[in-house]
Design a protein around this ligand. Structure first.
Ligand SMILES: *Cc1c(COP(=O)(O)O)cnc(C)c1O
Length: 400
């Protein structure tokens, strides 16, 4: 066997022994079963057959992750799962039809009727709805806490707290939680920690380093990276993922298709490259916005002015390009401003190549009845073009 074919997923260590993401995404461990195909083929089939009943029985036992039926395992999806586990520094990963499928499966796998969940109060809206509306019907209660304060988590702990659900940074106001402190608290009360790591990506934050148990991402954002896939991934220890696989994963059935897995692997090839560029673009535009007279504050963890900047530097290796700014100007005026932008499209989601804008209502600022919170996603366009676009759209705005 060629020594290159013997490389494992962990064979791409950087100079100091840390996994280097740019090398990892460029080198798949080869598998002689695929004729040396440089890209993993799309296994577009529902079931797998066996030449002997012995082999079939062994596959059905399930412990070796041998594909039997594509709701369980599919080789294309499995390849992506190995790549994502390695990139995030976890033992095992499972991919899902969406980020929400990963989130609901992760939470459902850890709670039973009568249990209590602690959740960050700024978490993704549908996650909050799952906890505050859907799961209360099944006897699971949730307390939402200000994630910037570990004391707030402490104060909300109950004897039946089973899950601490984190999202750091959050994706409207970009607040962080101290991941090490959260993991320590959860461990001391026997609760499981789950984090939505979508904003930071595996490139910029490894929550396992701080003792977090389960890490999930919406693949629909940066990991996919081209605004053409909906998907999710859940990563954790071999034992936790095996338990989830046998139960919630197979029963809820929110699986990723092999075609989406192939597109995701294609996106993954450039993830480290894109993140490097997006970080620079995001910071450049955020710095410019800080100087504009109508901008009250910019919520970007990478800016030195950001209240949690020190914590952000401590637990992240970089900053992605979704952030918001707040202004005293009313949403109607900022919606007109968004409409004047040429290169920012109006729309939800983020993580692709294209810059995006949405406008919401913010808590009133000083001397103002109501202000706006404007969320910007900075894409791969030239940052100077985006800055000039913001300049032209801002002509004649109330504050400037
Ligand atoms: C989009 C998003 C999700 C949900 O992902 P889907 O793939 O849309 O289901 C979860 N968390 C965060 C932070 C998101 O931005």
């Amino acid at each position: 066997m060629d020594s290159k074919q013997g490389r494992t997923d962990n064979g791409s260590n950087g100079p100091r022994g840390i996994i280097d993401p740019s090398t990892l995404v460029a080198h798949d461990p080869h598998d002689e079963k695929h004729q040396g195909a440089v890209v993993m083929p799309i296994y577009q089939n529902s079931l797998f057959t066996f030449s002997t009943y012995e082999e079939f029985d062994q596959a059905m036992a399930g412990d070796d992750d041998i594909p039997v039926y594509s709701r369980g395992h599919n080789p294309t999806v499995q390849q992506l799962e190995r790549r994502l586990a390695a990139l995030q520094g976890g033992e095992k990963a499972r991919c899902f039809a969406s980020g929400m499928a990963a989130i609901s499966t992760a939470i459902l796998s850890q709670v039973r009727s009568g249990d209590h969940v602690l959740c960050v109060d700024q978490a993704y809206g549908p996650t909050r709805e799952l906890l505050s509306v859907f799961l209360t019907q099944y006897g699971v209660e949730t307390t939402f806490v200000d994630g910037t304060s570990i004391e707030a988590f402490h104060a909300a702990v109950r004897s039946n707290t089973r899950v601490m659900y984190l999202e750091s940074p959050t994706t409207q106001t970009f607040r962080l939680q101290d991941l090490r402190a959260c993991a320590e608290l959860a461990r001391s009360i026997g609760a499981v920690t789950i984090i939505d790591n979508t904003w930071a990506t595996p490139c910029f934050q490894n929550p396992f380093e701080f003792g977090i148990d389960l890490v999930l991402h919406s693949i629909s954002k940066y990991i996919g990276g081209h605004s053409d896939i909906i998907g999710g991934v859940l990563i954790g220890s071999e034992s936790m993922l095996r338990r989830i696989n046998r139960s919630e994963y197979l029963l809820l059935g929110g699986i990723m298709t092999p075609h989406s897995a192939s597109l995701t692997m294609r996106g993954l090839r450039t993830l480290p490259l894109r993140m490097e560029k997006l970080e620079q673009n995001g910071i450049a535009v955020a710095r410019h916005l800080e100087q504009l007279p109508f901008v009250r504050k910019v919520n970007h963890p990478g800016l030195p002015s950001y209240p949690q900047h020190e914590l952000a530097k401590r637990q992240m290796r970089g900053f992605s390009s979704l952030f918001s700014f707040e202004t005293d100007l009313p949403p109607e005026e900022m919606k007109a401003w968004a409409g004047r932008l040429t290169y920012f499209r109006i729309g939800v989601s983020w993580g692709g190549y294209e810059s995006l804008v949405t406008v919401g209502r913010s808590v009133p600022g000083r001397g103002s009845v109501q202000g706006s919170i404007v969320r910007l996603y900075i894409g791969l366009e030239h940052p100077q073009v985006l800055i000039e676009d913001i300049e032209q759209a801002s002509q004649g705005l109330g504050g400037g």
